[in-house]
Design a protein around this ligand. Structure first.
Ligand SMILES: [Mg+2]
Ligand SMILES: [Zn+2]
Length: 230
């Protein structure tokens, strides 16, 4: 046991593309753009936004599966997971995306056994309709999957927690973990909020940084990095 546990975002972090965005582009009936705008404006939470958007998808399961078969993950993610297993660091995928899509995509790499917290995509009636439920939502939180609750749970379990993520759905969890490997918009959030982090471009970087996180040398380096970029 390393004393660390890893929470890892899916869309834009493990996967190259955002799954729901790509599905809406291809199978979304009109109306999803309004929900997107309301969510960006802070009028609705991600749970309400995505439940509405998923209800506007019109696709068969075969169409969905064919689409998911074309979505790719960071080429270094399987090697990263293999390394965490070698080092005894548990990884949990925490996603405000779709459980079915994540299982399908990770399954191609033999990684669908990773523990997962995500929204649940289920077929609805009439045919070609779908619906979204959020088994990992939390009281008082407007997200589908409450990543802050996942971070709190990891902390209660006694491990130090590393978050790997890229975007807005990771902001609240970033405030509650011990260290962040940050991509894209999450970099600026961590910098502005004074959260200990290292910027990464992908899992190749994460793989390089992991041993230094575990031996404690990274926390020190991150403080210098912070001072240098302040
Ligand atoms: Mg993301
Ligand atoms: Zn939350």
């Amino acid at each position: 046991m390393s004393g660390w546990t890893i929470l890892c975002d899916f869309d834009g972090t493990i996967s190259v593309e955002d799954v729901i965005d790509s599905l809406l582009d291809r199978f979304g009936r009109p109306g999803w753009e309004v929900l997107e705008r309301d969510w960006r404006a802070g009028l609705i939470g991600s749970r309400e936004c995505m439940a509405g958007q998923v209800a506007l998808l019109e696709m068969t399961r075969a169409e969905l599966d064919a689409h998911l078969a074309e979505l790719w993950i960071d080429h270094a993610f399987p090697g990263f997971v293999a390394k965490t297993r070698e080092l005894g660091v548990p990884v949990r995928v925490v996603s405000d995306g779709l459980d079915y899509a994540i299982h399908r995509i990770l399954g191609r790499y033999g990684l669908d056994d990773l523990p997962l917290a995500a929204n649940h995509l289920a077929p609805a009636t009439p045919p070609k309709q779908w619906r979204l439920t959020s088994p990992f939502q939390a009281e008082g939180c407007r997200s589908g999957t409450c990543k802050c609750a996942c971070a709190e749970q990891a902390r209660r379990d006694g491990a130090k927690t590393l978050l790997i993520g890229d975007g807005a759905s990771d902001f609240c969890a970033a405030d509650r973990v011990d260290f962040v490997f940050a991509k894209h918009r999450l970099i600026e959030h961590c910098r502005a909020a004074g959260i200990p982090y290292m910027p990464i471009t992908g899992f190749e970087d994460a793989l390089d940084l992991l041993p230094r996180l575990l031996d404690g040398s990274l926390a020190q380096h991150a403080r210098y990095h912070e001072a240098a970029t302040a």
